[in-house]
Design a protein around this ligand. Structure first.
Ligand SMILES: C[S@@+](CC[C@H](N)C(=O)[O-])C[C@H]1O[C@@H](n2cnc3c(N)ncnc32)[C@H](O)[C@@H]1O
Length: 468
């Protein structure tokens, strides 16, 4: 893939999320937006500002974002029009009129500033009729994270974070083994508005940190503040009146101090963790802050991804609640004990674990706060994967963790079927349930999950062989 990357360092870690071809790391210091296509599979990738965006649907992902932006703009304008109409009524006292005017100005301020950040980065609001039926989500869904990361509880002038940000950092640092000094490479999955990734980058003196997320607004805010060192001003509005509290506030988002020029080794990157565009065995440390429950996928598959991306002996730090998204099937809403079993099945060594109850997203202009349970752990990936996997678990580790290689063995299916025969043949000591599923997917009807089919067929054969 000829992608001329914005930094020679970053290029070493990336590959095309569509075909898996490695990126070319160029000495060129500038991202070249006209050179972001993969010469192997032809996928056009794109950038917003200086942020590389590597999605499995390439540049079409930009259209999805632009449609989301168009929807956000239209909804924002409708909300402002409603407020304007409310303010024009004759039966209001001047106090009520003032409250509505305050809300109007604060909402307009945030809409204008968010829109301007995104449009300056090259995203244009559009309304794509073909996308109207899709549930694409709200680009501003995590707006409060921006304020929490960069405004609320800002330390007067130091880079060291205060309040919730400081607490998040202090929860994680003691989990790390003492010998971890200056990791060569750190990946933060679901980095959000970037504060924790930055604080860890500075605190651990990481030589290269990638802050990875699928949300362009959060990445642009982080990039603007950290790498460009440019302040922002965003407003906050509270819809429920509270006694002795303002309903609006205008926050200065201040760039973090960077006396050691650490920002040149901190990189925002846009993509989808389910097609993570990284070379295998790239990272010394992977962090998943408030992430494993919001990806919409199976934590077991996420562990597979993390195991693939960590160097042998690399560390994984997770921290966050288990507030799995509403649509996730119940069987995938795992307890911590199940996740620890998965780690054990994959040969991870649990080094440290802790449980905290914290006030989450506690705005200074909000008297209420959400109390969340935060489960954090640090685990070490095995040095030699194959020798670390127990062969005596029941069910076998490879049947639960679909990325693990299935040891060569002979299965005797109870019925003959070309699909079953193919699956049995693929159990050759080189394949996992994931790779077999990818191989047979073209022969399975679209409405059936290839992975479910393969796991069910192999599970039945394991049962028949008497190992379950
Ligand atoms: C609950 S927020 C946490 C953000 C940040 N870690 C924090 O603690 O403030 C989850 C983040 O994960 C990102 N995210 C969710 N699904 C993702 C995916 N499939 N790939 C990449 N990022 C994703 C969201 O955009 C969001 O920024």
């Amino acid at each position: 893939m000829t992608i001329t990357l914005n930094h020679a360092i970053l290029g070493h870690y990336l590959l095309c999320p569509v075909c898996g071809t490695q990126a070319v790391a160029a000495e060129d210091a500038q991202l070249n937006p006209s050179n972001l296509h993969c010469t192997t599979c032809g996928t056009e990738h794109f950038a917003i500002d200086n942020i590389l965006c590597l999605f499995p649907n390439g540049v079409h992902h930009k259209t999805l974002w632009q449609h989301q932006l168009g929807t956000m703009q239209a909804q924002g304008a409708a909300g402002l029009a409603q407020l304007q109409e409310a303010a024009s009524r004759h039966d209001l006292t001047s106090t009520s009129r003032q409250r509505i005017a305050d809300l109007f100005h604060a909402l307009k301020h945030s809409q204008t500033n968010v829109l301007s950040l995104l449009t300056r980065a090259g995203l244009e609001p559009i309304q794509e009729p073909g996308l109207q039926q899709m549930e694409l989500g709200d680009l501003a869904e995590y707006y409060d994270l921006i304020l929490r990361d960069w405004a609320w509880g800002q330390a007067p002038n130091g880079y060291y974070p205060s309040g919730e940000n400081r607490a998040a950092l202090e929860r994680l640092l003691p989990l790390l083994p003492a010998e971890l000094a200056s990791p060569a490479s750190m990946l933060v999955l679901g980095a959000g508005a970037g504060r924790l990734s930055w604080d860890l980058h500075v605190e651990l003196d990481s030589q290269c940190t990638i802050a990875f997320d699928s949300n362009p607004l959060l990445l642009l805010v982080a990039d603007h503040l950290i790498r460009d060192q440019q302040p922002l001003n965003f407003s906050e509005t509270r819809m429920f009146p509270q006694v002795n509290q303002p309903i609006t506030h205008y926050w200065d988002l201040t760039p973090p101090e960077d006396p050691s020029n650490k920002r040149h080794a901190w990189f925002p990157l846009a993509g989808d963790v389910w097609s993570a565009p990284f070379k295998p065995a790239s990272f010394d440390l992977i962090i998943t802050p408030w992430f494993i429950d919001v990806t919409g996928g199976d934590v077991r598959d996420l562990i597979g991804t993390i195991q693939r991306l960590l160097k042998p002996g690399g560390l994984w730090i997770n921290s966050g609640p288990l507030l799995f998204t509403r649509h996730l099937p119940l069987q995938l809403k795992y307890q911590n004990t199940e996740i620890l079993e998965f780690l054990d099945f994959c040969g991870f060594d649990l080094l440290n674990e802790r449980l905290d109850s914290i006030a989450h997203l506690a705005s200074p202009i909000e008297v209420r706060a959400r109390i969340e349970q935060v489960w954090s752990f640090c685990a070490r990936a095995p040095n030699h994967l194959e020798s670390a996997i127990s062969t005596t678990t029941n069910p076998p580790a490879w049947l639960v963790m679909h990325h693990l290689i299935i040891p060569q063995q002979t299965f005797y299916p109870s019925q003959q079927h070309p699909l079953i025969d193919t699956i049995v043949q693929l159990v050759d000591g080189n394949n996992s349930i994931n790779s077999i599923s990818a191989a047979v997917a073209p022969y399975i009807p679209d409405d059936i999950s290839a992975k479910d089919a393969v796991a069910t067929i192999l599970g039945q054969m394991v049962l028949k062989a008497g190992s379950l």
